[in-house]
Design a protein around this ligand. Structure first.
Ligand SMILES: [Zn+2]
Length: 137
């Protein structure tokens, strides 16, 4: 699969049986929607309110960042804001294929998340924590 930003062939990263696609050049990460579900299942967040379709509903057309194309279906992805304190913007496939975290966004998100550790964990937070573990930031 090619990185949606720099078109480099991404590598598979596996952590705790969950696979991610990682771009070694721009440090971006692709989170397949199946892997996201697997992660929630693992963390017993099965009944949590966060799903890919909920996230798609959060797409904000007014976010002025550069748009990227989904590496799977090639449609232009939407932008959503995630995290409580950090206003981090990530990309999401409008067909629900998955999520894209830009390299810089990811590090920023994980750093912010580790500062808010006393906050009640929600599903978004779990994803961020997981990514923090993967990259050991
Ligand atoms: Zn797609």
């Amino acid at each position: 699969m090619l990185c949606p930003v720099c078109k480099t062939d991404m590598i598979d990263l596996e952590h705790d049986k969950i696979e991610l696609d990682y771009c070694v050049k721009c440090k971006g990460v692709w989170f397949d929607s199946n892997e996201l579900e697997l992660l929630f299942e693992k963390m017993n967040l099965k009944n949590c309110s966060l799903s890919i379709s909920d996230l798609i509903n959060k797409i904000d057309e007014k976010i002025p960042e550069n748009k990227h194309k989904c590496p799977l279906c090639k449609k232009t992805m939407g932008k959503i804001k995630i995290g409580d304190s950090s206003q981090t913007v990530i990309d999401i496939c409008i067909n629900g294929d998955g999520l894209w975290f830009d390299g810089g966004e990811l590090i920023q998100l994980i750093k912010h998340a580790s500062q808010d550790i006393q906050q009640e964990s929600n599903a978004e937070q779990q994803v961020i924590n997981f990514l923090g573990e993967v990259f050991r930031i």
